[in-house]
Design a protein around this ligand. Structure first.
Ligand SMILES: Cc1cc2nc3c(=O)[nH]c(=O)nc-3n(C[C@H](O)[C@H](O)[C@H](O)COP(=O)(O)O)c2cc1C
Length: 214
């Protein structure tokens, strides 16, 4: 068995400084996101771990896919009746992390969450493969199901309903969420664990850029 206590790697691939980062988080994120996309060693560069809390303050974390970002925030799609959907209804605040480990980088976001408009959801949903569209209708995400067969039968029912050619609209309980960042932290691994951490933090007058101790 491998003892994780002995696992250790030096981080040497880059550096980040207050003077070199972009003036705004969005430009900086674009640079790092494009670098992650261009690196074959980074699998699913738009995958991010999303943390939410429930009514009792108990956290959950899972992976979702980033499907859009701009000045207003990060967009992902999910089922509103899922565990995360219920969490976000009760506590509309989330944190995400992108771990681009081959690049020795992570980026963290946190902020309030709102639903994207139904129009935006419909536009994105229409771009998905038909199989994914039917799956969204058929899957009661996060509910206990008796078997895989139950899910496959649910897909058949949905397929019969929409036929082979009818456009499939987004299910009413499925849609997009937008995280409007209040803080965005860029982390670059460095030698001797003296990593670079540069955080953009929103305050009353705009954004401040700060270095955090590793
Ligand atoms: C690579 C990857 C991408 C995923 N993307 C999504 C996604 O975009 N939306 C989503 O609802 N679930 C996605 N999932 C599944 C979630 O991680 C999770 O299993 C599901 O959303 C149920 O989570 P919940 O019960 O906490 O609500 C993805 C999982 C993986 C591993």
């Amino acid at each position: 068995m491998t003892d994780p206590a002995g696992m250790r790697r030096a981080y040497i691939r880059g550096e980040l400084s207050e003077s070199a980062v972009s003036a705004d988080w969005l430009s900086q994120f674009r640079v790092w996101f494009d670098a992650a996309v261009a690196d074959d060693a980074v699998s699913e560069p738009n995958a991010m771990q999303l943390a939410t809390v429930d009514r009792a303050g108990h956290p959950s974390v899972r992976t979702v896919l980033l499907k859009g970002f701009d000045n207003s925030g990060l967009v992902f799609y999910s089922n509103h009746d899922s565990a995360k959907g219920l969490d976000l209804e009760a506590a509309p605040y989330a944190a995400v992390v992108f771990a681009w480990l081959p690049q020795e980088r992570q980026v963290r976001f946190s902020g309030p969450v709102t639903l994207v408009s139904r129009e935006e959801t419909a536009t994105y949903f229409a771009s998905r493969p038909r199989g994914s569209q039917l799956g969204a209708w058929a899957s009661p995400q996060s509910s206990v199901v008796s078997s895989r067969l139950e899910l496959e039968e649910a897909v058949q029912v949905v397929r019969a309903r929409f036929g082979d050619d009818d456009p499939v609209p987004p299910p009413p309980n499925w849609g997009g969420y937008r995280i409007a960042p209040e803080a965005v932290e860029f982390w670059q691994g460095r030698a001797d664990r003296l990593h670079d951490r540069i955080r953009y933090r929103r305050n009353a007058s705009g954004w401040v850029i700060e270095r955090l101790a590793p």
